[in-house]
Structure formats: structure tokens, C-alpha cells
Design a binder for this molecule. Structure first.
Ligand code: ADP
Ligand code: MG
Length: 670
């Protein structure tokens, strides 16, 4: 009832008219003043000079000072794009898109011309792009076809402090490419141009980067900072989403104008808090203005995303719901209040048992400080930490680089595919653990990407080129043999979003009932596929989605990924239309070829034990197999919260196991 009562400011359907050239140029002129007011502007000339004079430069500056949007433009204006594109790598897709769009506006040309972006499943850049924002993953993939990255004159590795696995690999790659290009020039190759490297970071651990890049010059850009008052909770909070909700309304009713930024760990949490805020906002007294939730995450259309940057209507207040992305990658104006849950989701890899999982973990002290800083960019602010002062004291100073704690398989594939035969000898800034490397090499061998000697196989070469992680790539390759490429592509696309189902807390039962229609007794993979078929049969009708509790926004994203994967398979010489018809058992066998490590067997005491590592795992309540007992199961993802939950679960026959991965299960018959 409540939901119908209140009419929220749903994003208005914006007529998708391309702005005129005049309008674009006028907007850029407008933005010029903003550009010149940024703290970094005073350092413009010296930045240009240092980059021209040095092969590597490390630039450290407060978030929001203008590094990511301005430095590429300065270098462009100084003529550094004369012999190649200026590229800027980002760990996150949403950041790459947003920043590119903003910079295109500032430069005054439509996105995809002078300024473009390239992320997995979406490339707007063209040959003429002078500045290109891209994810670190795309840069690694480009290395496969352009080993000297000759189309780039400057490579800016941004957000270096995040130390993602891919950025770490890129550090070593670009370092060696720079040297190779210099050697070729020395040897008289006049067709080769030198490569400039710029490392950008928001925190002060610059010495380490500088040392690694031959003692590169370090530049510090000062930002503006107003004081931020920190308020810790007195007691530890058991449910931070709930405390965030309470805190947001407290701020809204008691504090001066200014928007709120809440840090959460993922899309699911963001969406559930968005709904809660909408529900509770109904009870606000009429004298209090509206509180408008603005979620930000990857699977989102750009009009919705743009809304985050627009000022809240007079008398209202925005509350931005974001993940780590708002910590240093994207700066949202007008934030006066930060609510820090103290957690983030991070990839973890247990090398001993060889299992990778997503963990909700405490952030580091330096992250907590960054989050706090977001409240003091334009005026004094308040930071509400939903944890005690004691808990803060117990946080790690910095987070551990991803390379030390995650699965190295796609990294090893990339290294091998670019000609680095022995990844243990690679020039890592921080060396991954030997046992982690070995476990990953073993898994790649079991996936048949490497042969007995550790060399890349034909399958491995193909896998390296696919825009998905090695197990998914194996599924796609296997689907060609098993003649179910259509279904494999569809299921992989469906798995690319957190969930396609929506289950508002007030209507959980109705939602469950609606889901029964699509339910497959074999589990989630085929249930997803059934849902997609039904969605297609009504041509994605929005009313149908609403009635059946399908998240139509996520579904549209799924369809988009499917389109991209179809194109990719076509280019790789596969037939993406090959279908197994009604014999859907084949599809599960095909997935098993990539996910044989993610399997568990039913135990006499009715629990499930993972085949790898012997971990007791529990089927997540969102799964269609929740509470069911099958002799063997395969899962898509392991998430550790209160226990080891597995999601995306399907039932198997244990006899399939040895067929799926002979190299893994040996010749023994399970
Ligand atoms: P840094 O990389 O140093 O953190 P950025 O270059 O990302 O800084 O941002 C500089 C400024 O540009 C910020 O203050 C921010 O307010 C503004 N800005 C960036 N992107 C957008 C956008 N999409 N819309 C409006 N303002 C933006
Ligand atoms: Mg930046």
C-alpha cells in the first residue's frame, strides 16, 4: 500500500536527442571556469614540464583535486598526443565511463570522438580518440594484439594506491615496454616513439611507486580540505544497513542542508537500502523536505547515473548510496555528510585450499580516512562511523595488495599470452605467494589452458582472448564441442548481474510464488534460462517484469551482455546460435567443464562438503536448491558472510565429474 502512496522523483525519461555541436561547445566554454578553479590548475605548467622531461612521473593528490579529469587534457594541450593516444586506466568500469563523459564535455566534443572510453562489453573509443579512459582489464587485453602498445604515447595508471591485481600486472608490463621501446629507438628505429608513464594516486605511499619506476619524480598536488568532525558509535552495530538507515534520517531531520554519502559493500545492499529509505520517507513530517536516494553501481543506465551529479531540487536532500567507487575514483559535489559502514567487499583467495571468495571485510584506516575526507571538500562536514573508536584502532593501516590475496589465473594467462613464459620471474612490485602461483598454474592445467610443460595450449590462447574469466572462457569453448553455445552465452550473461529477481521485503511471498513458474528442478542455471525465455516471449514487457518480480533494469543489462558475447564469439569463429534444444543436461555438463572446482558432495549428515578443500558449504537461501538434497552440486560463487554460502547452484550426477575434468579428477570414477 505504502509503495503506491508515495510518488517519488523517478528519473524522468529524457528524450534521447543528441545535443547539437553548438550546445556541446557552449557547455565546454561554461566548464572552462570550473576547470580553472580546480586546485590542480596552478600546477598545470609544472606538470606538463615534468612529464615532458621525465620518462616516469608519480603524481599524488587529494581526491577531487582534478588529477583524473585534468592531467590528460593538459598533456593533450601540450602536444603529447601527437604520436599516439593518451590512455588513462581505471580499476572500475563505472569510473571509466563517468570520467570519460565528463572530460568529453570539458573538451567539447561528443563522447567517442576526441575522448572515448573502453570497458568490457562497451567500447566508444575510435581510432581518432586522443584521450581514452579504460579499465585495467581492457589494457591487458590490448596487450595481446599490440605487445608494445604502440598506439599509446602516454599511459596513465590511475588509482595506483588501490593496488588491484590488474594494475599491478600493468606496472610490470608498461615498465618493460617502455624499456623495449627506448632500446629500439637507441638501435635506430625511427618509426618507434618513446612511452611516457604517469602513476597517479590519492594516498601518500608514493615512494614505493617511485622506487619501482627507476626513482621517478614525485609531485604532490595539494587539495582543499575543510575540517570534518568524526562521530563514532558507542556500541558495535550488528546490522550496519539498518544503522545507516537510521543515521541518514537523523541527519536529514537534524542537520543543515548538504547531501549524504553512504558507503556500502555491494549492489544488493545498495538496492535494499534504497527501498528502505523510500519506505520510511513516507512517514516524514510534511515540514521536512524529501530525502532522495541515489544509488550508484555498474549495471545502471547513464541517465540514472548522471542524476547523481545533478543538484537536488530545492528543499530536498540527496543521499548517495555507493560502494568504494566514491572513495577516490569519483567525486560527487555537495557532500557534507558521510556515513561509513566500515566495510567493503573484497576478493579473497585462500591459496591453501585454492578457493576464491568474495568477502565482506573491514576497511583499512587509510580507506576510512579517505571516506571521511569526502565530507569536507566544499565546507566543514560530519563523518558518522558506524563502528566504535576501538574498532577503528584495530583496523589495518593499509589494505593488502590484491595480488597477495586473490586468484591469479587470468593474470597468469595474460602474462603467458604476452610472451612471459615464467610468471614466477616477472618483475612484480609485490611478489604473489609462491603457493598461490602454483595453485593457479595447477587450475589452468586442469582447465587445459596449459600443457604438461606449463606452456600455453591452443585452448589457453583462446581463453586469454575471451573477455571473461578463465572458467567462463572454458565453458564457452566447451560449448562449441557440446553444441550449446547459445545457452552457454545466455547463462553467462544472466550470471553477470547480482540477480535478475527482485524481492521487496514486504512482498517476499508473492515474489517467491511468481518465481515458481520459472523454477527448474535442476537448479539455478536452468531457472535463469527459463526466466530469460519467458522474458523474451513477452519481449521484455515492463509490466510483465513488475508482475513477475523480475528486475527489468538488470534484465536489460543481461541482454546487452548477451549481444556483446554473441559478437565476440562470432569474431572468434564460433557459431553463437548453436543450441542444444530441449536437452538441457548438456548445458550443465558444459558448465562443469569450467567449474569442476566449484563442486560439493552431499554428506551422510546432509551437509555439503566442497570437493576442493573439503569445506562445509551452505546453499544460499536465494537459490532454488535451498533446503534440497542432491548427491552432487556445482556452484557459481562462494560468499563468506556468517558461513560459507554458495550461490548459483545446480544439481549434478557425480558420474559427470570425472568426464568433465579428467586432468583434475584423474581417471578415478567418482
Ligand atoms: P581526482 O582525480 O583528483 O580525484 P577528478 O579529476 O576526478 O579529481 O575531479 C575533479 C573535479 O571534477 C571534482 O571536483 C568533481 O566535482 C568534478 N567532476 C568530475 N566528474 C564530474 C561529473 N561527471 N559531473 C560533475 N562534476 C564532475
Ligand atoms: Mg581520480
Amino acid at each position: 500500500k505504502r509503495q503506491q502512496q508515495h510518488q517519488y522523483d523517478r528519473p524522468k525519461k529524457i528524450a534521447n536527442k543528441e545535443p547539437t555541436t553548438e550546445a556541446i561547445i557552449a557547455k565546454a566554454k561554461d566548464l572552462k571556469k570550473h576547470r580553472e578553479a580546480l586546485p590542480i590548475y596552478t600546477a598545470r605548467d609544472i606538470i606538463i614540464k615534468e612529464v615532458k622531461e621525465n620518462a616516469c612521473v608519480v603524481i599524488v593528490g587529494e581526491t577531487g583535486s582534478g588529477k583524473t579529469t585534468q592531467i590528460p587534457q593538459y598533456l593533450l594541450e601540450a602536444g603529447l598526443a601527437a604520436h599516439g593516444t593518451i590512455s588513462v586506466t581505471q580499476p572500475r568500469r563505472v569510473a571509466a565511463i563517468n570520467l570519460a563523459k565528463r572530460v568529453a564535455e570539458e573538451v567539447g566534443t561528443p563522447i567517442g570522438q576526441k575522448v572515448g572510453y573502453s570497458i568490457r562489453f562497451d567500447d566508444t573509443s575510435s581510432k581518432d580518440s586522443l584521450i581514452k579512459y579504460m579499465t585495467d582489464g581492457i589494457m591487458l587485453r590490448e596487450l595481446l594484439s599490440d605487445r608494445l602498445l604502440l598506439r599509446y604515447s602516454v599511459i596513465i595508471l590511475d588509482e595506483a594506491h588501490e593496488r588491484t591485481l590488474r594494475t599491478d600486472i600493468l606496472f610490470g608490463m608498461v615498465k618493460s615496454i617502455q624499456k623495449k621501446r627506448a632500446d629500439m629507438i637507441q638501435a635506430g628505429r625511427r618509426d618507434i616513439q618513446p612511452l611516457k608513464i604517469v602513476i597517479m594516486s590519492a594516498t601518500l605511499d608514493a615512494e614505493k611507486f617511485s622506487e619501482y619506476f627507476y626513482n621517478a619524480k614525485i609531485m604532490y598536488i595539494s587539495g582543499r580540505m575543510f575540517p570534518v568532525k568524526i562521530l563514532n558509535t558507542v556500541e558495535p552495530q550488528s546490522d550496519y544497513v539498518d544503522s545507516a538507515l537510521v543515521t541518514a534520517f537523523q541527519i536529514h531531520q537534524d542537520e543543515a542542508p548538504g547531501d549524504i554519502l553512504i558507503f556500502l559493500t555491494g549492489q544488493e545492499e545498495i538496492e535494499s537500502l534504497e527501498k528502505l529509505i523510500e519506505e520510511y520517507a513516507v512517514d516524514l513530517p510534511p515540514t521536512v523536505g524529501k530525502l532522495i536516494p541515489c544509488p550508484i553501481f555498474a549495471a545502471q543506465d547513464s541517465a540514472t547515473q548522471q542524476k547523481i551529479f545533478e543538484p537536488a531540487p530545492h528543499g530536498t536532500r540527496k543521499v548517495i548510496l555507493a560502494t568504494n567507487i566514491a572513495e577516490t575514483s569519483i567525486t560527487i559535489p555537495n557532500i557534507r555528510y558521510v556515513v561509513d559502514t566500515g566495510c567493503h567487499k573484497s576478493r579473497g583467495y585462500n591459496a591453501k585450499i585454492g578457493i576464491e571468495s568474495l568477502l565482506v571485510e573491514p576497511i583499512s584506516k587509510s580507506s576510512a580516512r579517505q571516506r571521511m575526507g569526502r565530507a569536507g571538500r566544499e565546507a566543514p562536514g560530519l563523518c558518522f562511523r558506524l563502528y566504535t573508536e576501538d574498532s577503528f584502532d584495530q583496523l589495518d593501516e593499509d589494505s593488502i595488495p590484491e595480488i597477495k590475496r586473490c586468484n591469479l589465473e587470468s593474470a597468469i594467462l595474460s602474462l603467458k599470452a604476452t610472451g612471459i613464459e615464467d610468471p614466477t620471474k616477472f618483475d612484480f612490485m609485490d611478489r604473489p605467494s609462491k603457493s598461490g602461483l602454483l595453485k593457479s598454474l595447477e587450475h589452468l592445467y586442469a582447465l587445459e589452458a596449459l600443457d604438461d610443460t606449463g606452456a600455453l595450449t591452443e585452448i589457453g590462447k583462446k581463453m586469454a582472448a575471451f573477455p571473461v574469466d578463465p572458467p567462463y572462457a572454458k565453458v564457452l569453448l566447451q560449448s562449441e564441442k557440446m553444441e550449446c553455445t547459445k545457452e552457454a552465452i545466455e547463462i553467462i550473461s544472466l550470471l553477470s548481474v547480482d540477480t535478475i529477481f527482485s524481492a521487496p521485503s514486504s512482498k517476499r511471498e508473492e515474489a517467491n510464488e511468481a518465481r515458481q513458474k520459472f523454477m527448474s528442478l535442476d537448479g539455478d542455471h536452468l531457472t535463469l534460462l527459463n526466466t530469460l525465455r519467458a522474458y523474451e516471449s513477452v519481449k521484455g514487457d515492463r509490466d510483465w517484469c513488475r508482475e513477475n518480480f523480475i528486475n527489468s533494469r538488470h534484465m536489460r543489462h543481461v541482454m546487452d551482455v548477451r549481444k556483446q558475447l554473441i559478437e565476440f564469439c562470432e569474431r572468434a569463429g564460433m557459431d553463437p546460435r548453436k543450441s542444444c534444444g530441449h536437452d538441457l543436461e548438456i548445458v550443465l555438463k558444459c558448465f562443469l567443464a569450467g567449474f569442476f572446482q566449484n563442486t560439493a558432495l552431499l554428506q551422510p549428515d546432509s551437509t555439503y562438503k566442497s570437493i576442493l578443500g573439503g569445506l562445509t558449504v551452505s546453499i544460499h537461501p536465494s537459490s532454488t536448491l535451498f533446503g534440497k538434497k542432491r548427491e552432487a552440486i556445482m556452484y557459481n560463487e562462494l560468499v563468506f558472510t556468517t558461513k560459507h554460502y554458495i550461490r548459483g547452484v545446480s544439481a549434478l550426477e557425480s558420474a559427470w565429474l570425472s568426464q568433465a575434468a579428467p586432468k583434475y579428477f584423474g581417471n578415478r570414477h567418482a
